[in-house]
Design a protein around this ligand. Sequence first.
Ligand code: ADP
Ligand code: MG
Length: 346
Amino acid sequence: MSATDRTEIKKLGEFGLIDQISEKFVNKNSNTVKGIGDDAAVIDMGTHYQLVSTDMLVEGIHFDLSYFPLHHLGYKSVAVNVSDIAAMNGIAEQITVSLALSNRFSLEAVHAFYEGVKAACEAYNVDLVGGDTTASKSGLVISVTAIGKVEKGKVAYRSGAKLNDIICVTGDLGAAYMGLQVLEREKQVFLENPDMQPQLDKYTYIVGRQLKPEARMDLIHELLDLNIVPTSMIDISDGLASELHHIATQSGVGLNIHEDKLPFATAMQEAALEFKLDPNTAILNGGEDYELLFTISQDDFEKVKKHPDIHFIGYINENSNGLNLVTNNGNPIPLKAQGWNHFGEN
Ligand code: ADP
Ligand code: MG
């Protein structure tokens, strides 16, 4: 490589970059069951699998402190990591929390952040067991690692979807993204006229979805009780379309999802229309809902068909079929993966 060689990371994108990193490494320990490439790493502990996942939240990229209350940020930092353990069909047990703090932070601010961390530890029954604290010159950086466990026969990878499996999604989609649009708009209004108070009452639900996401650990416990092991699973952090692409690519399958089956809240739809956005764009490409996307064998359908919070959005089919959104008038259109991209190549 000459001194003039320089490739912009945005040419590769986040996933291309991760692929290039992972190509350099070969696992040497036989207890490393799954390394890079899923929601969490999987380590064989003999009696069970241990799950490990790390996610970083960076000020100015993932959150804006002008509208993100610190206790909510503390809660969300834990929830998004617990969500990655849930996405393996596992139960989170421990977390570590590392912070890089700028001198803008007071002791009171740090305490407010940890109030949120504590609330999440209680909600998800996890223990804070360590971390690291350092200074930062350019804003707050939060890195959380979650550790969990799963029975060996019950782990759900992104790669296990099979022909004719049913594609399921929990909760509703697109609201966290529309909540972010509202918060950004109110911030601009405030910057232009600091006397204006933010108008958020109408948007409680969608703003709450952005500021207070929950990991769907409740669903993992329910699936365990129902004796259902999803054939594949991922959490929706980057957007439904992007996550469907991960499942399809890693499982070597194609799939169809149906527009009329996609779950959304009325408040999300109303906000999208107000912002002159197609609600489907928020549903398919808006990120950060932290719902679970998974596939089940048709044999398991009876057990969940009446579940109020699981929606059946389509089917797995042959790889050659590709990924399609079947619109309300029955036309299949190719599903593009446009998820979030912090390196900005979209
Ligand atoms: P998620 O959205 O579920 O958090 P990511 O897209 O962030 O997943 O990561 C996908 C996979 O790539 C995970 O296995 C993660 O551990 C791995 N990964 C991400 N960044 C790096 C990195 N810098 N070095 C090694 N592995 C990484
Ligand atoms: Mg994930």
